[in-house]
Ligand binder design. Structure first.
Ligand code: AGP
Length: 613
């Protein structure tokens, strides 16, 4: 997805901009560009391709300006090309703008501006932005001091859709103006320097003093100072947040790929997510969200709403909430939920899960539900992200920055925090499942060490990856909570190795899909529920009889003659098993991707944060 970086200070902007763009490469993009103010003129260099290619373009290294903006684009309107890349200039080359999001009414604005004499070069929606700002700058000005920021404010009132923008003006070369709505944008402050980024890791090596913009906010940046305005152009005050991620956490730290680093960070991510929410012998602590018994007694249904991996964390959490808190749970895909007119009233609780906190479908589902009168909880990994500002309550995972497109540590942290939340609900409600609750709490505290044990056992997975990397289809099966791990493991394989795979509840396979099982096809079975082990073994026998080879992830004692490839994981209550069972299968997907010579961090067609519908 698109990325924005900006800098204003007293040193050359260009190297900082390129460095920031490189930090955002993980978001996925097809073009890159940069604009700086050079001797009161706007320089703009851009093209389709990688940031490295931009850096090799003629002219970039002559950029001396200390004020600049930069962008990586992921095409939505118009193919990847030099003309369609950002930054975009207005017809008079007075303004330069970078933009994340979509201006939905751009056709209408383009027509209006064309009639007013403006010329358009690109096929993008973004090009209306600098032109409309120019229009208001010349036609409807505020007082001289804030003419630039006022013109941007006025233009944003005409935009329908979403935007995070950063704008330069050659007539006011000591300023950058930024604005955002439904798209992330943060500012970093350090002495006489200000930084702009769509994502914190882009600027974290320079400062951890971060201002978070709310929807509709604008800011006018100068070297060492910043003024904030709300959507109605009222002056507002903001205090920076101190981000505790260090810049190193956003680097590969010696691993070949971010994904492998993040898989290996899971013991820490789970431990940090548990944090002080649970200590041995204590109750789960969610004092920060103040969920009362009366509130929970008034809830008769929970919807867990999310996309992709985050939605899979919801599948893993459903039995925890139902069993422990006794509240029925439906898990919904956000892109469906937002349009399917779900039954929502004040007795409904919505839990939205989003690693980035910026996923457009999840955010829209949350906003729609809130408007229908229910209470909402956001689970997110990013402080101050959009869903956290919309929800009534926020619970953070503390997985640290997740750079690889394929989500790993965010998933296991999400399931962990949801398990803690389900126990908290049960404890607040005075559940009678006290023995189970105490067992689960002890086991949650053991999750980090169990995750570490699983991470030590990689040789067999590497070997198995060598056997299956050329295959076209792989099946994952599991019952109950094991199905949650199966469906997430299957997604991991698909997204980074491009091997088609599907996940099934083991007992469902025989109702149709077993027709696909043929000689030497791979079926991966997950078995952690002692009560269901015999049933699962029977289901696996059904596929073995039809020629399938199997890999079994289990903590049960199984017949090694029947199952020659067993990956043993530590003993764990099946309700928590998705946290542990998924880890070897994340690794398997990673090894298959490497065997195929692919880049697991940047899978084709995918973006880290999907901020468009
Ligand atoms: C995970 O590997 C995927 N890349 C994707 O499914 C992701 O989980 C989904 O887009 C939701 O993202 P979010 O958690 O940031 O909302």
């Amino acid at each position: 997805m698109c990325g924005i970086v900006g800098y204003i200070g007293n040193t050359k902007a260009y190297p900082i901009l390129i460095n920031g763009l490189q930090k955002l490469e993980y978001r996925g993009y097809d073009s890159a560009g940069v604009s700086t103010i050079e001797n009161e003129k706007i320089a703009c260099i851009k093209n389709k391709g990688r940031v490295k290619e931009l850096d090799n373009m003629e002219g970039t290294h002559f950029l001396e300006g200390t004020v600049g903006i930069a962008h990586t684009r992921w095409a939505t309107h118009g193919k990847p090309s030099s003309i369609n890349s950002h930054p975009h200039l207005d017809s008079s080359e007075t303004f330069s703008a970078v933009h994340n999001g979509i201006i939905e009414n751009y056709n209408e604005l383009r027509e209006f501006l064309t009639n007013a004499g403006y010329k358009f070069l690109s096929e993008t929606d973004t090009e209306v932005i600098p032109n409309l700002i120019h229009y208001y700058y010349t036609k409807e000005t505020g007082n001289n001091e804030d003419r630039f920021v006022h013109a941007v404010s006025r233009a944003t009132k005409d935009f329908k859709g979403s935007y995070a923008i950063a704008v330069l003006c050659k007539l006011e070369p000591d300023k950058i103006v930024v604005a955002r709505k439904d798209n992330p944008l943060v500012l970093g402050a350090k002495d006489n320097e200000m930084y702009i980024a769509s994502d914190i890791p882009a600027i974290l090596e320079y400062t951890n003093n971060i201002y978070i913009l709310n929807d509709g906010d604008l800011a006018e940046l100068k070297a060492g100072s910043v003024k904030f305005y709300d959507k109605d152009f009222n002056s507002i005050e903001k205090t920076p947040e101190i981000i505790t991620w260090d810049a190193k956490a956003a680097d590969k730290n010696g691993y070949d790929d971010f994904m492998l680093k993040e898989i290996n960070e899971q013991p820490t991510a789970i431990r940090e997510t548990i944090g002080t929410r649970l200590v041995k012998g204590g109750k789960c602590n969610f004092d920060d969200i103040n969920i009362t018994k009366d509130f929970l007694l008034g809830i008769n249904r929970i919807y867990i709403v999310a996309c992709g991996t985050a939605m899979h964390a919801g599948i893993a959490a459903k039995p925890l909430f139902e069993r422990l808190a006794g509240i029925p749970v439906e898990v919904d895909i956000a892109s469906e939920f937002r349009y399917r007119e779900p039954l929502i009233d004040e007795k409904t609780l919505i839990i939205c899960i989003s690693q980035s906190g910026e996923t457009a479908d999840t955010l829209a589902a949350l906003k729609n539900s809130k408007a229908m009168g229910c209470k909402t909880i956001a689970i997110s990994n990013v402080i101050g992200s959009s869903i956290t500002r919309e929800a009534d309550f926020t619970v953070y995972t503390h997985a640290g920055p997740e750079i690889a497109v394929a989500s790993t540590k965010a998933y296991t942290s999400q399931v962990t925090v949801l398990a803690l939340l389900a126990i908290h609900f049960a404890e607040v409600l005075g559940s009678r499942e006290t023995a189970l609750i105490e067992t689960l709490k002890d086991e949650i505290l053991e999750l980090p060490s169990k995750a570490s044990i699983v991470l030590e056992n990689t040789d067999m997975l590497k070997e198995f990856a060598k056997r299956i990397y050329k295959e076209k289809d792989v099946f994952y099966i599991g019952r109950g909570s094991d199905y949650a791990a199966a469906v997430e493991s299957s997604l991991k394989l698909k997204e980074i190795s491009y091997v088609h795979s599907d996940a099934y509840q083991s007992g469902e396979l025989k109702h149709g899909s077993i027709a696909l099982i043929e000689n030497d096809i791979t079926v991966i079975g997950i078995m952690t529920d002692r009560r269901l082990v015999e049933k699962s073994v029977s289901n696996l026998q059904e596929v073995i009889t039809r020629g399938a080879k199997t890999l079994i992830v289990t903590n049960q004692d199984l017949d090694t003659k029947l199952f020659p490839n067993i990956l043993r994981i530590p003993e764990i209550n099946t309700l928590l098993s998705p946290v542990i069972a998924v880890i070897p299968l994340q690794l398997l997907a990673y090894f298959v991707s490497k065997e195929k010579g692919l880049d697991p961090d940047k899978p084709r067609n995918l973006a880290k944060s999907v901020t468009v519908e």
